[in-house]
Design a binder for this molecule. Structure first.
Ligand code: SF4
Length: 197
């Protein structure tokens, strides 16, 4: 992970950054930073692998539709003051890419919480925006479709995106975050090991 380049380019774009060698160190940092808040979490294998939801529950009000599924949870999540998620692709040039089906994740990262944390493993990073987009479409989305048992060609073959028109298509919005939205603080917590997909 090119820490110097990532720090320079993301901070030039108005993001805060933090860097850790392991997910455990990143989790300890976040537990120290986030206390006494209402925290909601996007659908994120990174967060799940870190056990972060359970760790943060000790000192925060936590809302996650992977913990309590349903629309009520998704609506409750919209009023959290802290949001935690990951990204499907991240460029060394300073952009975050996320593809969403329900829209809860991308909408929450664009408007609402006072503070959003993106947790980014080194497997998410590509040299430029084109590479980050390619990763989001051809690596992350097919794996997510497979996880969700979607009736899509990418879930069956697992090799790439087919830009399908299946009813089960999970890719309905693609958001490139170039800068934090006005009034929002966005911090990217980089972890120099693979996390999520
Ligand atoms: S557009 Fe369709 S084929 Fe492509 S990744 Fe999304 S669900 Fe899979």
């Amino acid at each position: 992970m090119n820490q110097e380049l990532l720090k320079k380019n993301f901070e030039n774009h108005g993001f805060k950054t933090a860097f850790f060698a392991t997910g455990k160190e990143a989790a300890d940092y976040l537990m120290g930073r986030i206390q006494g808040h209402k925290v909601s979490v996007g659908g994120s294998m990174t967060v799940k692998e870190m056990g972060l939801f359970e760790l943060l529950r000790e000192k925060n009000e936590m809302v996650w539709h992977w913990d309590v599924p349903g629309r009520d949870t998704l609506m409750n999540a919209r009023t959290a003051d802290v949001y935690i998620t990951s990204a499907n692709g991240v460029s060394e040039t300073g952009e975050l890419v996320n593809i969403d089906g329900t829209g809860n994740r991308v909408s929450q990262t664009l408007y609402g919480p006072e503070k959003t944390y993106f947790i980014v493993g080194n497997n998410k990073i590509r040299a430029d925006l084109a590479g980050a987009m390619d990763r989001a479409k051809n690596v992350a989305a097919p794996k997510n479709a497979k996880r969700l048992n979607s009736a899509t060609p990418c879930a069956v073959k697992g090799d790439r995106c087919y830009n399908c028109s299946s009813p089960g298509r999970i890719c309905r919005s693609t958001v490139i975050m170039e800068r934090p939205s006005n009034g929002m603080e966005v911090e990217i917590v980089f972890v120099d090991e693979p996390l999520g997909y």
